[in-house]
Ligand binder design. Structure first.
Ligand SMILES: *Cc1c(COP(=O)(O)O)cnc(C)c1O
Length: 228
């Protein structure tokens, strides 16, 4: 995909997000567009940066280091979100690179993140990932445990938990999952709702998303995954 196509896609998507927000009686500024750059070529990422995009999501810590370690120096206002599963032994690297970690889903990881933040003198923002479809192969805490877990992350581990995140099952309509995530976030007193991807971001915004994670609609199809 050419740089002009990336720029055009971003313009179109920003327009659609704003329309969906207004249609739901929300301010367009209440929705943050996270450009998901996993496995994408550096030129496409540069094109997004050149067109003003500053918030990016990555799934793999090592790949994100390749994409972003140097770009960080050029773009002071960059904001990086980790949206892929995080192994406890990579918590240190994740805290060093990412402003926001969206896949907090278990006690051991909460403890590792808290320790890494204390050691590095950093305070990161976190979303608790909820497995709304209760799929065994998927990360995320069960919906029935989400509230207590978010509370422990804040009160026991001292983490800055700002919201909830979910990836609905691939083969189900996403709206009920978005609605469930919103109810849980309201019950937990959390303002952040990370939900909605290329295929369903307008629905997600109508149902209250504050962060949408969009990859292929911006950058085109992903080449084969390069590994973690
Ligand atoms: C890859 C990915 C996305 C982006 O998906 P698209 O369908 O390409 O928009 C969003 N969220 C998560 C967690 C992902 O892994």
């Amino acid at each position: 995909m050419e740089a002009t196509a990336v720029a055009r896609n971003l313009t179109d998507i920003r327009g659609e997000l704003a329309r969906a927000a207004r249609a739901a009686g929300r301010q367009p500024e209440a929705v943050t567009l996270i450009a998901v750059s996993k496995t994408q070529a550096q030129e496409r990422i540069e094109a997004a940066l050149a067109s003003g995009q500053r918030v990016f999501g990555e799934n793999y810590v090592q790949e994100a280091q390749r994409h972003w370690a140097r770009a960080r120096e050029r773009w002071a206002d960059l904001e990086l979100h980790l949206i892929g599963p995080l192994q406890t032994n990579k918590a240190k690297d994740a805290v060093a690179l990412f402003d926001v970690i969206q896949t907090l889903d278990r006690e051991k990881l909460a403890a590792a993140l808290a320790a890494a933040e204390a050691k590095q003198g950093l305070r990161r923002r976190h979303f608790v990932q909820v497995n709304t479809g209760e799929e065994p192969q998927k990360g995320g805490i069960a919906p029935t445990e989400a509230l207590a877990f978010a509370k422990r992350c804040r009160e026991v581990h001292g983490l800055d938990v700002v919201g909830l995140m979910a990836i609905p099952p691939f083969d189900e309509p996403p709206a009920p999952h978005f609605a469930l995530l919103r109810r849980l976030a309201e019950a937990a007193g959390l303002a952040g709702l990370s939900m909605g991807m290329s295929a369903d971001y307008a629905d997600a915004v109508r149902l209250g998303a504050t962060h949408v994670r969009i990859g292929t609609a911006i950058f085109g199809e992903r080449p084969a995954k390069q590994g973690a």
